[in-house]
Design a protein around this ligand. Structure first.
Ligand code: C2E
Ligand code: MG
Ligand code: MG
Length: 738
């Protein structure tokens, strides 16, 4: 079948080829008269039928044929004598072929020497015998016609079967690949699936060339997965592989930018913006006509979709754990590493936060480009001076985090990190930095350790700028402040100082309101407004969020009733739920109670959880969510893209939508299109069939970009600031009139 995307490399040395059988029809002659064998070959031995030569196999008894057939499944036609060692020997063989070996494709032509002897009719009917001829009837011409029609029908049956099997293989391959989240697993998975598709051993390599490399001079493909006898090629540049045939095949596919099929190998060519170019080499060709180009094309398209999916996940993972500018771990990765270290509990270690003094001002003076280069120079200095560090990460703009083992750390070196100037070629800069240090003993959580180091750093900035301070209990006045805040919050809640504000969500295409998010507000007795980002963490840490959260759900549902009872359109209210609330054993009852007391329909409620919720106890969360989803409550993942360790939960949980964190929206215009996070999230959401809400939409330009990129819903100051409940109705009617 001609296909523009596949290049077939024909093999002209048909019979000489090691895989000679592939180019022939196999004909098995079963007859106890030796003459029949030789005369058949004489008659049709040199013919080409349906484009292929014939290859003969010979057996002289039913028993011999049975043995041969068990190892030769691909026989096109059996020319079978009826009477051999017994009167029914031939018929017995037919039963064996069809019933026991389940060879249903092979065509059977019965021949008998005794004129007038006809096999039982029911055998012919039951076992699909192609033809029944007496030997004398079979002249050369008749034999040729009989064999041709048998082979033609064999070829048709095979083609049908192969395409059915091919389609199954394609479906299985996508199923197999789609759940491979990790890049390494995925690329080796491709070899496995392609080998299964062709029914050949797993012998092959996958190589990749990044797009950025492609433009530079030393662009090269590198092996990223290898299987079978090519296993040792892993990580080698393709050009240096000790197998010229592979190198040539890959280079040819790369030059043609097409899939390439040859009788002894297959090269599939893929391209994706994130991955660059990928070539899958398998040391076997499609050995059957049935594996048509169309099927292979379908197979490849499926793989390409999976590649996009995996790249999107990888990109997210990279963005979540890597600092884009410095290409070192970020805050999230640092926390994970500290946590891991704490869990091991072996060596005593130390977290050091290093913050460059006055960097913001310096950045303004020298320009952000030069500022970026300076940060890179600091990164290099840290790596060079602290080679024993377990991790060096960028925690925030100009703050680095270092994790070291206490018995390996050279405190002098740590003190003197910034003594030498930083050379940027034409210019050199003197910098100073302040450090907060904390020794990890058996603190509960990484976040706590890093928060302590941060407390020490802040204090050091005031008292010993350019020097360092260790964490100690005296620095805990921050904690004291939190304790006071908590007491005020408790009293404030009792005095009804808390309220909910509602921010509308807008469908970007139709500009219709499709729901609200409830956001907690706290105005103290003396009129001071305290931000949720300040009091929610305190409420979470103390467990008070459980009480506040129940109140918020009740309150939000009351408003949902007002909005939905007389409305044509569904207006769910989304309530934020902290991990602490979600894990609280009474959570489901709490929701049920609120639904019952307010009389609200469950579909009016949506719960926003952050990615940290499913990360902790996936099984529990999955059960809880499916429980609540069954009632009709929807879930969305809030602040999506800001930190997670595993994305597999997305597929496992009943999630309705993803909310892109507003920082990604704020940065939209500053970023080059390829690296825009929302694009990646939208692609991922498409694969997983989730709705996407963009948070913090502030400008018309952002809204337009999002709409074009396929985002469904926007929320942000562009449409409305969070509104008091008594403003909702008038806002809605104003909006409708716009
Ligand atoms: P969130 O759930 O991601 O809520 C969105 C935040 O973005 C809100 O901040 C909202 O006022 C703000 N925002 C909305 N549109 C824009 C915009 O266009 N530009 C900018 N710059 N900001 C915008 P808010 O109200 O300060 O809430 C902060 C966080 O506190 C929330 O983030 C949520 O995580 C938490 N929170 C608020 N209410 C509750 C609650 O009832 N329960 C719990 N557990 N957490 C809550
Ligand atoms: Mg939210
Ligand atoms: Mg959010």
């Amino acid at each position: 079948m001609p296909n523009d995307d596949i290049l077939r490399i024909e093999d002209d040395s048909d019979d000489l080829h090691a895989n000679a059988d592939a180019g022939c029809w196999k004909l098995l002659i079963v007859d106890d008269e030796p003459d029949v064998h030789s005369s058949t070959i004489l008659a049709i031995g040199r013919e080409t039928i349906c484009g292929r030569r014939l290859r003969f196999l010979h057996c002289h008894s039913c028993a011999e044929a049975k043995a041969l057939l068990t190892t030769n499944a691909d026989i096109a036609v059996i020319l079978l004598d009826v009477v051999m060692e017994s009167e029914r020997a031939g018929l017995e063989l037919i039963e064996y072929v069809r019933d026991e070996l389940e060879m249903t494709d092979t065509r059977i032509v019965l021949r008998t020497g005794q004129p007038g002897y006809a096999p039982e009719l029911d055998v012919i009917r039951r076992y699909e015998i192609n033809d029944y001829k007496s030997k004398s009837e079979l002249t050369r011409n008749k034999l040729y016609t009989t064999i041709t029609s048998a082979i033609r029908s064999y070829a048709q049956i095979r083609a049908l079967q192969m395409s059915k099997r091919g389609l199954e293989a394609i479906l299985n391959a996508s199923k197999g690949l789609i759940c491979l989240r990790e890049y390494d697993e995925f690329v080796s998975g491709i070899i496995t699936q392609l080998a299964a598709f062709f029914s050949v051993p797993e012998e092959g390599v996958v190589c990749v060339r990044k797009h950025t490399d492609a433009r530079s001079k030393d662009s090269h493909f590198r092996v990223v997965a290898a299987a079978g006898r090519f296993r040792h090629f892993i990580n080698q540049p393709v050009a240096e592989l000790s197998n010229p045939a592979i190198v040539e095949a890959i280079e040819q596919a790369a030059a043609n930018r097409l899939h390439q099929l040859s009788p002894d190998y297959t090269c599939l060519f893929f391209e994706s913006p994130q991955l660059g170019e990928m070539i899958v080499y398998l040391a076997a060709g499609p050995h059957d006509e049935g594996q048509s180009s169309q099927l292979l094309e379908l197979f490849s398209t499926n793989i390409a979709v999976c590649i996009d999916n995996v790249s999107a996940l990888n990109e997210l993972h990279l963005a979540a754990y890597n600092d884009g500018l410095l290409r070192i771990p970020n805050r999230q990765a640092f926390l994970v590493e500290v946590e891991r270290h704490l869990a091991q509990g072996t060596n005593q270690s130390m977290v050091v936060l290093i913050d460059i003094d006055e960097f913001a001002a310096l950045n303004d003076t020298i320009g952000s480009e030069q500022g970026d280069r300076l940060l890179m120079a600091v990164r290099d200095r840290l790596a060079q001076q602290l080679p024993y560090a377990l991790m060096i990460a960028r925690i925030a703009g100009d703050t680095f985090g270092v994790l070291v083992e206490t018995d390996r750390v050279d405190l002098d070196a740590l003190d003197h990190l910034f003594l030498a100037p930083f050379d940027l070629g034409e210019q050199s800069y003197m910098l100073s930095a302040t450090q907060g240090r904390v020794t990890i003993e058996d603190q509960a959580a990484a976040t706590e350790v890093v928060a302590q180091a941060n407390t020490a750093l802040k204090r050091a900035k005031h008292s010993v700028r350019g020097g360092h301070l260790g964490f100690s209990a005296e620095l805990l006045d921050d904690t004291e402040r939190r304790v006071q805040l908590l007491q005020r919050l408790r009293r404030g809640h009792e005095a009804n100082q808390l309220s909910l504000a509602y921010q509308p969500k807008i469908r970007l295409k139709s500009r219709q309101v499709c729901g609200f998010e409830a956001l907690m507000r706290w105005r103290t007795g003396d009129g001071e407004q305290i931000e949720p980002l300040e009091f929610i963490p305190v409420a979470e840490a103390s467990g008070m969020i459980v009480v506040l959260g129940e109140w918020a759900i009740q309150e939000a549902l009351k408003t949902a009733c007002e909005l939905n009872t007389n409305s044509q359109q569904l207006m769910p209210i989304a309530v934020n739920v902290s991990a602490v609330q979600f894990r609280h054993p009474g959570f489901v009852e709490l929701i049920d109670r609120a639904l019952e007391q307010t009389g609200a329909d469950p579909s009016w409620l949506e719960l926003e959880i952050t990615e940290s919720v499913p990360m902790h106890d996936l099984d529990m969360v999955r059960a809880l969510m499916s429980h609540l989803s069954e009632r009709g409550i929807r879930f969305s993942i809030d602040d999506f893209g800001t930190g997670f360790s595993s994305l597999s939960y997305l597929e496992q949980l009943e999630i309705h939508s993803l909310k892109i964190d507003r920082h990604f929206i704020a940065n939209l215009e500053k970023q080059p299109p390829q690296t825009r996070m929302p694009e990646t999230i939208l692609r991922l959401a498409q694969v997983l069939d989730l709705e996407v809400v963009a948070e913090g939409v502030e400008t018309e330009a952002q809204a337009q970009w999002l709409e074009q990129a396929g985002c469904d819903i926007g929320q942000g100051y562009l449409y409305a600031r969070p509104l008091a409940s008594n403003q909702l109705m008038s806002w809605l009617s104003d909006w409708a009139e716009k």
